[in-house]
Design a protein around this ligand. Structure first.
Ligand code: XMP
Length: 317
């Protein structure tokens, strides 16, 4: 029967044999799959694995810095690339969800291609593709989605001409987590909720500005940290906040306010294909709502999304 220990031993020796002294480039996302793929490859080929972690400016609050440090502490040969301004520039004025995804996908490819060119004589492109990505052909994990939709836009970027190595392509998510635990990857990283490749861009309805990203990062941080503090984080499959493109009237002292509305969403699911909204305790929602309204300037109303999938999707865009 399958065990994570046997999988690690076999995979590391197969990777060693296949790759030899060649160089491999891999895009880290901060998620479970790319992290586990990186550690496996690192065990097999060490410094010949070149990891690239791109900040698209649409990650959770402080996530780029903290995850980059975590990768460095794991001994990975990783380069952090802050391309926030480039992504925000590419997104300027775009409100349509699919156009947002395209803009982000194309920018990611450009940034990654530039970085891959910095590595001399690279032979392989490694990806954290897992079995459901292979069978569904749509990946819920960032780069591969956008890479696919890029195929018909003229010539391939150079990094896509590399040979591909996908050490997790036969595994399901729970097996990837068990392999990660076997590799002694931080349980906090392994237990992280799924997070979409386009990040907060698809949780800001309407066009995206730096200020909206900042507001949403603050709101999301209060919500997610609150879930952790209340020991609810691990009971939820995925959670996040959505910045709505409406303003509503409120009062503060004698003043009338006219400010943003945010929605909170928390779902239970096993694979993201169907999902139920989570019945979070009223007391928790009350505390969270107060904290958001008191601490995040520009937000005067919080609502909780009680829609299940189907027919509602997990993301609002
Ligand atoms: P939906 O909104 O379709 O989401 O119910 C199902 C799962 O997929 C994630 N998701 C994405 N992940 N790129 C991604 O990498 C995307 O464009 C994207 N759209 C949705 C979503 O967060 C949920 O986990």
């Amino acid at each position: 029967s399958w065990t994570p220990g046997a999988f690690v031993d076999l995979t590391v020796s197969e990777l060693k044999e296949k790759i030899g002294d060649d160089k491999v480039v891999l895009g880290l996302s901060g998620g479970v799959d790319s992290s586990v793929a990186a550690v496996l490859l690192h065990q097999a080929i060490g410094k010949n694995l070149y990891c690239i972690f791109v900040n698209n400016g649409l990650l959770r609050k402080d996530e780029f810095e903290s995850v980059l440090h975590q990768y460095q502490d794991m001994g990975l040969n990783v380069k952090g690339v802050d391309a926030s301004a480039r992504f925000l520039g590419a997104l300027a004025g775009i409100s349509d969800p699919e156009l947002k995804r395209k803009a982000i996908g194309n920018t990611f490819i450009e940034v990654f291609d530039d970085e891959a060119h910095e590595i001399t004589d690279v032979t392989y492109l490694a990806q954290g593709t897992i079995y459901p990505d292979v069978i569904e052909s749509i990946s819920v994990n960032g780069p591969s989605v956008t890479i696919k939709s890029h195929h018909n836009v003229g010539g391939l970027p150079d990094f896509m001409k590399l040979k591909v190595v996908e050490p997790l392509r036969m595994l399901f998510k729970d097996e990837v987590r068990r392999v990660g635990a076997e590799l002694e990857i931080d349980p906090e990283l392994l237990g992280r909720h799924p997070f979409p490749g386009p990040g907060l861009a698809i949780r800001i309805l309407g066009d995206i500005t730096e200020e909206k990203v900042r507001i949403l990062q603050e709101v999301d941080h209060i919500f997610i940290q609150g879930l952790r503090d209340a020991m609810l984080y691990d009971k939820v499959w995925q959670a996040g906040a959505i910045l709505l493109p409406v303003q509503s009237v409120g009062v503060m002292g004698d003043e009338r306010t006219y400010e943003q509305v945010v929605a909170l969403r928390a779902v239970e699911s096993t694979d993201g294909m169907t999902a139920d909204w989570v019945n979070l305790p009223y007391e928790f929602l009350q505390k969270t709502s107060n904290a958001i309204i008191n601490r995040v300037k520009g937000v005067n109303r919080v609502v909780y999304d009680i829609s299940s999938k189907p027919p509602a999707t997990i993301e609002w865009e």
